[in-house]
Design a protein around this ligand. Sequence first.
Ligand code: SF4
Ligand code: SF4
Length: 308
Amino acid sequence: MKLTIENDNIFITDIVLNTICNYRCSYCSPSLWAGKTRLDNNDILWCIDEVKKKYPYKQLTARFTGGEPTLNPKISNLLKELYNRNVHTHFITNGSRTLRWWKENQKYLSGMIVSVHTTYAEPDHIVDICKVFDQHKPIVISVLIDPTEWNKSLDNCYYIHDKLKNNTNSYVMRVLVEDKGGIYTPYTEEQKQFLSHKKWNKLFDKKINVDWSLITNLLYLNNEYYDPAEAKLTGKDNFFGWKCYAGIDGCRIREDNSITRSACGLDSEWVLGNIKKRIINLPDDPVICNKHACICLTDMQMSKETIN
Ligand code: SF4
Ligand code: SF4
């Protein structure tokens, strides 16, 4: 069995830019919104340059997460520097910055993954910032389907999809609320059934004409399209014992300046260096997965295969 990525010429660096946030989503770990860390631009650029030395032929992608990465006061400078290095950049963001801010900064971005958090998000603002982006830049609108605000979450999906139905560069995706250190409310069986409905994606089907590889890498399990949300509902996100190419297809810069193969691991085999100490050892070999679930979309984007 193989989980392959559409474009294996991409190296993605997942960067936990800061641990502050202007929202307080109930399901979120306070360590993501009440932290005090902020990575230094020069340290990040050093790391990106080192990755480029190792993989001069690969297209580098920087994915900024947090906390809320757009709150970093020096982010615009960093985006410009990366743009000048031909690095593709995007945020996983709650989208709450002003329209003016997005207009200014989208120039340097390759696209956006905007998360819609039901308690706080303003759907009209989300729609407006999506429209600010150049039409060739892909946008994933990740609506968190909050089991405690079920109807409102679904209403947001329908509303945003409808408002953007003529924009061929964006689509609405369902994202499941998981147990990640906040208050966790499991889905009811009925909710799970609805979410795993095979036709779910058809509800938000529309004409799309965009190069997704600018922000993400589509996945295929034995050549069949692999839907991460569906996988999470059915246990197909468990790769225990598989060979995983985290560290080769991408890496993560964590909030404490360490570099690891992925978000999932801090074991010694997963640690690759530290941007503050100017240490980086990108591996040539995959690791054997020792976890029972791939915890985030970026980790899933590392290719994997069973051991024969
Ligand atoms: S889930 Fe995202 S938007 Fe919500 S509090 Fe956490 S970091 Fe902020
Ligand atoms: S949990 Fe980590 S090691 Fe396992 S498949 Fe996912 S990224 Fe790879």
